[in-house]
Write a protein that binds this ligand. Structure first.
Ligand code: NAP
Length: 315
């Protein structure tokens, strides 16, 4: 008998009935897992607001979605570059003014495996700046609306959090001394997870209603590995992608859609594909390692993130 709560096949989008009247915000939805998540949510009648950094790529994605699903789908985009706090603030303002309800904010966008240390316009190393600080500020600025909506925040993490440092490098958040394309990415994904679990703590303490879920997409055929990744990483990834151990981008979207829509999920948990090395396979609960929920580190990271983004995050 399978110990997956959704049975042997794991969680599948067929479990979703009808999402009309629901609104989902997805960061980085013009391609990859975010695009596929948008497609499935829209196909179930939901409204999707994409938070993307490019007008051109957003328009292209929407044209593509309409060609596949019909002209009447409720999809729009708001321009947001997670690397610039000013852009995140503008996007959050626009969302707060225009969108009456947020059933889930899916923090999906990321950069990964950048060959050389690069900085955001605000002066942070790009992995931590985009993947963690950008989403931290966004979630902060949208929190009240999500709370009013009795909504959710979904953090798309990575199995990579188990690689690299396995803790937060507070004395060198920008990796000035030990920049490494993989370790620095993995560190930023761990930071995103720690943010999510600490947010749960704060929500519980404040007796609020927002639910926070954490998932990973396994190994999925998306555009995450790009021209600015080390050559060796690009070669290994293209070889791996030729084999079925790497799953489709669509399957990579299942965990985040599940976390945005499914009832009866555990919050202090970590969801994603459960097959060999968690690369693919039935979507269900994966092991949450104790170092991820180290209270002292999570609390310190919260303060460091407030300082970096220049904004207190009061729950
Ligand atoms: N694919 C995998 O095997 C894998 C494994 C583990 C975890 N993940 C996680 O899965 C999530 C989805 O990634 P993916 O694999 O679908 O990659 P992807 O195809 O590269 O999609 C990433 C998305 O993030 C957007 N993005 C990047 N930088 C941004 C910024 N500064 N501001 C706003 N948006 C930005 C990209 O926009 P542009 O198109 O404009 O660049 C794109 O829409 C990420 O959180 C990633 O860490 C993926």
């Amino acid at each position: 008998m399978s110990n997956n709560q959704f049975g042997k096949q794991g969680w599948l989008p067929e479990r979703i009935d009808n999402l009309s009247g629901k609104t989902y915000l997805i960061t980085g939805a013009n391609t990859g897992a975010g695009f596929e998540a948008s497609k499935i949510l829209l196909s179930k009648g939901a409204e999707v607001v994409m938070l993307n950094r490019s007008k051109e790529r957003s328009t292209k994605a929407i044209t593509n979605l309409k060609a596949q699903l019909g002209e009447n789908i409720k999809v729009s985009y708001v321009i947001m570059d997670l690397s610039e706090f000013a852009s995140v603030r503008n996007a959050a303002k626009e969302v707060n003014e225009k969108i009456p309800q947020i059933d889930a904010l899916i923090c999906n966008a990321a950069i990964a495996q950048i060959a050389k240390q690069e900085f955001t316009p605000d002066g942070f190393e790009r992995n931590i700046g985009i993947n963690h600080y950008g989403h931290f500020l966004l979630a902060n600025l949208l929190f009240d609306k999500i709370e009013q909506s009795r909504g959710r925040i979904v953090v798309v993490a990575s199995e990579g959090h188990k690689m690299g440092l396995k803790t937060i490098q507070f004395d060198d958040m920008n990796f000035d001394k030990n920049y490494h394309p993989n370790n620095t990415y993995c560190h930023s994904k761990l930071a995103q997870m720690m943010f999510a679990y600490e947010l749960q703590n704060k929500i519980q303490k404040a007796n609020k209603n927002t639910k926070v879920y954490v998932c990973h997409p396994g190994a999925s055929k998306t555009s995450l590995i790009r021209d600015n990744s080390p050559l060796a990483t690009r070669i290994v990834w293209s070889i791996m992608s030729a084999f079925p151990i790497v799953q489709s981008a669509e399957k990579g979207a299942y965990p985040e859609i599940m976390c945005a829509t499914e009832e009866n999920l555990k919050q202090r948990a970590y969801y994603g594909p459960t097959g060999v090395m968690n690369f693919s396979g039935p979507v269900g609960e994966c092991k949450l390692e104790p170092f991820v929920v180290d209270k002292v580190i999570m609390e310190k990271l919260w303060t460091v993130s407030e300082e970096a983004t220049g904004e207190k995050f009061e729950v």
